[in-house]
Design a protein around this ligand. Sequence first.
Ligand SMILES: Cc1cc2nc3c(=O)[nH]c(=O)nc-3n(C[C@H](O)[C@H](O)[C@H](O)COP(=O)(O)OP(=O)(O)OC[C@H]3O[C@@H](n4cnc5c(N)ncnc54)[C@H](O)[C@@H]3O)c2cc1C
Length: 384
Amino acid sequence: MEKGQLHFDYIIIGAGASGLMMADAMGRDDFFKEKHILLLDKDVKGNNDRTWCFWETGEGPFDAMVSKTWNQIYFRGHKFSNNFLIAPYRYKMIRGIDFYTHYLERMGSYNNVTCAQEKVLEVVDMGNGAKVITGKQQYTAKAVFNSIFDYKKAKAQHKYPVLQQHFIGWFIKTKEAVFKEDIATFMDFSIPQKGNTRFMYVLPFSENEGLVEYTLFSEKLLAKEEYENAIEAYIRDDLGCLEYEILDREQGSIPMTCYPFSENNTPHILHIGMAGGWAKPSTGYTFRNSAKKVPKVVEHLKSGKALDQLDFKDRFWFYDLLLLDILHKNNRLGQPIFESLFSKRKPQEILKFLDEESTIWQDMKLMGAPAPMPFIKALFNRIF
Ligand SMILES: Cc1cc2nc3c(=O)[nH]c(=O)nc-3n(C[C@H](O)[C@H](O)[C@H](O)COP(=O)(O)OP(=O)(O)OC[C@H]3O[C@@H](n4cnc5c(N)ncnc54)[C@H](O)[C@@H]3O)c2cc1C
């Protein structure tokens, strides 16, 4: 070790969703009891910078942090709309700040985890371990888990299209009761599509409070005004609300791509979270995906195998690829595809498929719902 370098067994970069889940899994596992784990983040994680939603059946590991659940979701297309009861699933919501606070508190109770607020400048595989250079210090470790996400490498290639789930959301408080508190609007495609896949996503917290989010699955971001004008119009015309206060805002861009992020892994550096390609390419849902992947990373780590031998690619990756190829070529097809799914299949079947927990027969049945031609063409193009 060079002078001025500190050594840890493991370094986790980023105390966001995947970094904290990873640190928690290692913190409470006796296998890592005698190990030294460093968790680095450039921020203090004191802001409520995002709202996570996901669906699951029954009780789950995050229930203590869940601030709202819905048993019904609403889908609206051009010719079809419905409120669906989704039992045995529930749609669950966690406020970012509740997750950070809860998990950082847990970190304090683990003797093997050290937290530091430092900005990481560089991560290098040294052959016998990895080096992490921050603004303050240099660290070495046997293995590094990196959750710093960057679109650059994905966008530098052309084999796999790179779309984004991009959105701006307003948390509003209304004078009149305008929200149906028990029903989360999963996708409302009734808004002008303008050649893209655009929908409204609404999370009602009470009759007077909710999050209204204008969302696209497309290649390029819009000017801020375009998202905000659309939210304004939706609150006025669809919710019929004229008097409201904006309490807070959130915005985001989640990668929708089948680009193999795992190519950036090395024997001693594993990318996790969005940086590891854990955002579901066809939907952008990442949170529960991360929770499902972390135990697999821990198992892999215990096996002593090189980190770059871990790969999560399966048949769902290929289904996602076909959908993204279609949306990339003809972005307006998102609405008819999702509308056929929700009008012809049960929501439970759709949620199970999106969770990548369906059987091949269930996959075939589900994928038979939308018009087949775009999928056949996309398959043909990928094969030949
Ligand atoms: C507003 C918003 C809403 C979302 N809603 C949902 C949802 O409802 N459901 C869902 O499944 N997914 C959702 N996502 C997508 C995804 O779940 C989140 O982005 C999630 O936080 C991704 O986890 P992560 O660990 O990959 O990244 P992050 O949680 O962003 O964590 C990365 C961490 O790295 C730190 N970092 C970055 N650069 C450095 C550096 N140089 N040095 C040190 N630290 C650094 C950051 O401060 C951050 O804490 C949402 C995303 C956003 C932005």
